[in-house]
Design a protein around this ligand. Structure first.
Ligand code: URA
Length: 227
């Protein structure tokens, strides 16, 4: 990444946020992901097919970090977990806990508002087969890192899955080996707290690796820390 691009991504404050959003929206730093997006756009001209920005309360002290936009979900709608199977359990749970104004997230413009929570992804572009490469995760990291740098002391980050967990640790500049990923694990990192959950993916929910009860329990525990 060039020095100018790094400055754009990491600039602080109101102006920095605008630069961050603009820089994210035109990002083509990962050739494989940019080409994949172009191919999807050619097949589905109505899809968003750009890097998907964070969504929700800008002052939130609960930040949820997913993996990456789904092909026919967030990549199509332009909002994290919106239209994705994984978003069903996520938004229902947020609504039940009083963080979302409605239980379903269908599309930008559906009236959904999040209060006290914000949702983002470790990787902002849809990856083929839902699998970003290690290089792509690293190249995308400045966007997540800038988001993490902007959160208030005492915030809680909920990592959905190991890739999100590791991306957050790298963002905080702490050794991965010191903080092991486990469902329900809580890690105090400086002035922030990182909680882990299994990702609420179709596979994990349909195999019952992650049940509704497990997800509600871990989200409630994280929420108690910021309430
Ligand atoms: N959609 C997202 O936005 N993120 C995920 O991790 C999965 C689906």
């Amino acid at each position: 990444m060039t020095k100018r691009a790094t400055r754009e991504v990491l600039a602080p404050g109101e102006e920095g946020r605008a630069a961050h959003t603009a820089s994210l929206s035109r990002c083509r730093r990962c050739p494989r992901l940019a080409t994949f997006r172009d191919e999807i756009k050619a097949r589905h001209p109505d899809y968003y097919c750009r890097p998907v920005p964070a969504f929700g309360d800008e002052r939130a002290r609960l930040i949820i970090v997913g993996l990456a936009p789904g092909l026919h979900g967030a990549n199509a709608t332009g909002r994290p977990f919106t239209g994705d199977y994984a978003g069903i359990l996520l938004y229902e749970t947020l609504h039940r806990l009083g963080l979302a104004s409605q239980p379903q997230s269908v599309a930008i413009g559906d009236g959904l508002v999040l209060a006290g929570c914000r949702i983002t992804n470790a990787v902002k572009c849809v990856p083929p087969a839902n699998r970003p490469t290690a290089d792509e995760i690293r190249t995308c990291a400045p966007y997540l890192n800038a988001e993490l740098a902007g959160i208030a002391d005492g915030s809680v980050i909920m990592a959905l899955g190991r890739i999100a967990h590791e991306a957050v640790l790298r963002g905080f500049g702490v050794p991965l080996a010191r903080y092991k990923f486990a469902h329900g694990a809580r890690h105090a990192i400086g002035r922030q707290v990182l909680w882990d959950s299994y990702h609420c993916s179709r596979y994990n929910t349909q195999t019952r690796r992650l049940t509704e009860e497990m997800f509600t329990a871990v989200m409630s525990a994280a929420l108690r820390e910021v309430s």
